[in-house]
Each structure stands twice: as structure tokens, then as C-alpha cells.
Design a protein around this ligand. Structure first.
Ligand code: GLU
Length: 478
């Protein structure tokens, strides 16, 4: 039988990385087994519907490379299946269950249900199950609003989850959930079962918050005489040991991370590691490699802690390996939006920063020295390892300035600067490292910079380099 998995998000506004992980694992499992991966938007709860959310899910999956195998045609591409547009007659299916005694009409008013709660009931009391067929007919005929509830019968329910093992629940713990709401639409509890069956889904993957409701769904499969799918529930993604990774604590969505300068492939790669690891413990993986390496045995039962530093590290690897032109193109967007750096040579700048940032957002901090140059702490000139001091800076910088002034504009490039300043170091009998340290501080007023003294001088250009060194000399002699 062909393996078929689905990702079934509700369009509630943004795509949490937990959702993306479910989509990814469902995709990997399908692809690994030459199966199909399907996207189904679960939007039957109109109250929770958020404008634009469907498009966001749809575009995120495409951007992340999780291409689903089928769906309605939307201009030559597969669109997602959208539950509300399927115009499926869920009521028809619910009525089959009613006829079999596996579901029943419930006419209880809101007030009665509230009263029940106030009296301490933790679940619905099956009140309407005892209505006679005639009573039900009369109420339906006179237009009393109704819902249809699942009739959970006494017993125990057992199923095996491929990650969490055997799950057994006493049916007493389950509630007679609503299957069809008063507006005629199905609840998630019903629609997911009917749709998974009609779409021939063989494997259901989702967060482990569904572990305990799955027995209810199995009872529905059994009542219809449908084959149950296999289940793979996934561990939670946590911010720390106590808290789930939630919007309250900051960024959680794919779009947030893209906006913060992460690369799509790196996000996907990191998300893959949240609850799964391949046998060979490889960490950096392309989507194709993940398909190759994926196995359900590698999925963990323990919750995964979201480690932003690790994601940043992975992202830096992806940035480093980008072809330079591609990096330059993205870096340009960030440089353009961060400030007026366009007087600088972006290609030079990009060469300096490609290996020194973890996210594109880091560019802003890395290039800030171009914009900001004011009085700084002279202690920066003292570096024990480099054997430099304020005194050395005071002595040598006027000569550095002279060398720089004497270089033609056309010679104001890294190589020429490097050899002229190296020659100066030799001439005065100090180490190159000493000279470059003080020059770099004099040019930037910073301890760490993206590049060495001569690279930065080239970037700043002759006029600005001269001005900065003069400023530093004045500062040293104040
Ligand atoms: N629509 C449900 C959700 O977004 C899907 C759960 C499932 O995959 O069955 O949580």
C-alpha cells in the first residue's frame, strides 16, 4: 500500500516552527517511502480563521521546499486542499453514525451545559442520548438547534503510536465530543477522521498533544469500519524545561526567522533536529539528505529545547557556503535597508562579512563602524598579545598617516596598503601585527571589526581613512 501522509494545519495566523517540523517529518516519511505528502488546510472553525493565513502556510511550504504531491489545480500548480472548499457532506457521515448508535443528536441549550459545568461536571452527561426517536424527530421538525455528538461507549481503547508506544485509555476518560456543530460544520474531531479516511492517509503525524484524543478518533474509524491509520506523535518544542516555545517568548514562526536574516534551508535543517536525529548524528543536512537519513526510530519521545544559538551556528554554515554572488544579492538588501552604506563598495564589504556573520541581521552590527566613529576608549590600543600600547600608537600613527597620504587613490587597495604598511613596520623595527593592530583601532575605534586594517582602509577609502587616523592622533595627544 502506498504511504500517504498529510500536514493539516489550521489557518490561525502564522506557521509555528512546530508546525513546520510536523510538515517536514510528514514530508520526509512520505518521500523516504516513495509515498505522497498532502497539504490540507483545516478551516472548519470559522471563528479562528485569520485572513491571509492560508497563503502564508502555502508559501512557507513552497519556500522551504516541502512540495506536496497533489491538490486542486491553481493555475498549473497544486493548491492545498481546503476543508471548507471541499463541500464535503460531513453531516451525511455523521448521520450514518447516528443510525448505528455511535452518535446522537443533542439539543441541550448553552444554559444547560453551563449549569452542568457549574455543578462540577467535567464532561457532557449524555443527557440527549436518552431521547426517544420520536422526540428527536419532533425537535428536528420544529427546528430546535442541535449538534451531533459522538457516543463513547464503555470500555478501554488501545492503539500503538510508533514513537510513544502503546497508549491505553479507559473510555470513561473520553467525552462525547461534538462532531457536527450547530452551524452544520464539522469539528476538527470529526473532519480529521473523515478526511484522513477519504484521502487515503495511511500515517497521521502531529504533535503529541493529540496522543490522548486519538482513541476517540479510533472509535470513529472502528464505527465506520474504516482501517485506522498508523500514528506518529511528535514531542513538544520547548523554550526551556518548563515552557513551550510560544509567541509570548518571542520569535516562533518561520516568517519571524526569515525576517531575522535566517536562510530557509538553515531553518528547515535546524527544525529537523528538533526531536529527530539521524543514526549517523549528522547535523548539517540538505532536504535530500534528510529524506535519505530519515527514520521513525530516530524520533525522540522527549521534548526538544529550541536552541537559538545552535540555529545561528547552522545558519552561519549555510551563509558561508553561499556562492558569493548570491550572498552579495541578499547582503545588498540588508545593507540597503539598514542605512546609507551605498557609498561603500558592497562587493568589498560583502567579502569581508560573509564568513563573519551568523544571520543576515548581524550585518547591521558588523558594518556599524562605517557609520559611527566618535571618541573611543584609548585602552583599545593596548593589546598584550599583540604587544601594543597607547605609547606605540602615539609614535607610529603619524607615520602610518604619512604612508597613507602618499598612496595614490588608485593604489588605495588592500594589497598595496598591505605592502606599504608592512614596509613601514620593517623600517621602524616593529612587528607587522603591532602596526596593523594600532592602525585598525585608529580607523574604527573598535576592538573587533570585519576585516583587518588594510581591508578596512580600502573600504573606507583614502579621504575617510586619513580623517579617521587624524582624529585618532588628536585623541591620543589630547
Ligand atoms: N488542524 C490541526 C492542528 O492544526 C491538525 C492536527 C492533525 O494533524 O490532525 O493542530
Amino acid at each position: 500500500m502506498k504511504i500517504r501522509t498529510r500536514f493539516a494545519p489550521s489557518p490561525t495566523g502564522f506557521l509555528h516552527v512546530g508546525g513546520l517540523r510536523t510538515a517536514l517529518y510528514a514530508y520526509l516519511y512520505a518521500k523516504k517511502n516513495n509515498g505522497d505528502f498532502i497539504l490540507r488546510i483545516e478551516d472548519t472553525d470559522q471563528a479562528r480563521y485569520v485572513e491571509g493565513a492560508v497563503e502564508l502556510i502555502y508559501s512557507t511550504l513552497r519556500d522551504a521546499g516541502l512540495i506536496y504531491s497533489e491538490g486542486p489545480d491553481i493555475g498549473g500548480q497544486y493548491g492545498p486542499y481546503i476543508q471548507s472548499l471541499r463541500k464535503l457532506d460531513y453531516l451525511k457521515y455523521a448521520k450514518i453514525l447516528v443510525e448505528q448508535g455511535d452518535a446522537y443528536y443533542c439539543f441541550c441549550s448553552k444554559e444547560r451545559l453551563e449549569e452542568l459545568k457549574e455543578q462540577g461536571a467535567t464532561k457532557y452527561d449524555k443527557h440527549c442520548l436518552s431521547l426517544s426517536a420520536v422526540e428527536v424527530e419532533q425537535k428536528l421538525a420544529s427546528g430546535v438547534p442541535y449538534v451531533i455528538r459522538q457516543n463513547i461507549k464503555k470500555g478501554v481503547s488501545t492503539y500503538t503510536d510508533l514513537v510513544f508506544g502503546e497508549i491505553t485509555i479507559d473510555n470513561d476518560e473520553l467525552e462525547d465530543n461534538i462532531l457536527i456543530k450547530a452551524d452544520g460544520l464539522p469539528t476538527y474531531n470529526f473532519a480529521n477522521v473523515v478526511d484522513d479516511h477519504l484521502m487515503n492517509i495511511t500515517c497521521v503525524m502531529r504533535g503529541n498533544e493529540y496522543l490522548s484524543s486519538t482513541p476517540k478518533y479510533n472509535l470513529l474509524y472502528d464505527a465506520f469500519g474504516w482501517e485506522r491509520p498508523i500514528y506518529i506523535h511528535l514531542p513538544q518544542i520547548m523554550k526551556d524545561a518548563q515552557h513551550k516555545l510560544s509567541k509570548r517568548f518571542g520569535s516562533v514562526s518561520y516568517a519571524d526567522f526569515i525576517n531575522q536574516g535566517f536562510i530557509n534551508k538553515a531553518i528547515l535543517n535546524y527544525v529537523a533536529l528538533l526531536g529527530w536525529s539521524p543514526k549517523n548524528n549528522q547535523e548539517k543536512m540538505s532536504l535530500e539528505e534528510m529524506v535519505e537519513l530519515f527514520s521513525v526510530e530516530g524520533i525522540s519521545r522527549s521534548n526538544a529545547i529550541f536552541d537559538l544559538d545552535k540555529m545561528r551556528w547552522l545558519n552561519s554554515l549555510y551563509i558561508k557556503e553561499l556562492p558569493f554572488d548570491e550572498f552579495l544579492r541578499s547582503a545588498t538588501t540588508w545593507l540597503d535597508k539598514s542605512c546609507a552604506y551605498n557609498k561603500y563598495n558592497y562587493a568589498l564589504l560583502a567579502k569581508l562579512i560573509q564568513g563573519r556573520i551568523e544571520t543576515y541581521e548581524d550585518i547591521i552590527e558588523k558594518v556599524a563602524f562605517l557609520d559611527e566613529f566618535t571618541e573611543y576608549d584609548l585602552a583599545l590600543f593596548t593589546n598584550i598579545k599583540q604587544k601594543t600600547s597607547i605609547e606605540l600608537a602615539r609614535q607610529i600613527l603619524p607615520q602610518v598617516l604619512e604612508v597613507i597620504i602618499n598612496l595614490e587613490e588608485t593604489e588605495f587597495v588592500n594589497d598595496a596598503l598591505y605592502s606599504s604598511l608592512s614596509a613601514l613596520a620593517e623600517q621602524v623595527g616593529i612587528k607587522k601585527g603591532q602596526l596593523f593592530w594600532v592602525t585598525r583601532v585608529a580607523l574604527t575605534g573598535r576592538e573587533s571589526t570585519p576585516g583587518g586594517a588594510t581591508e578596512l582602509a580600502e573600504l573606507l577609502g583614502k579621504t575617510s581613512s586619513i580623517a579617521r587616523i587624524k582624529f585618532s592622533i588628536d585623541l591620543l595627544n589630547k
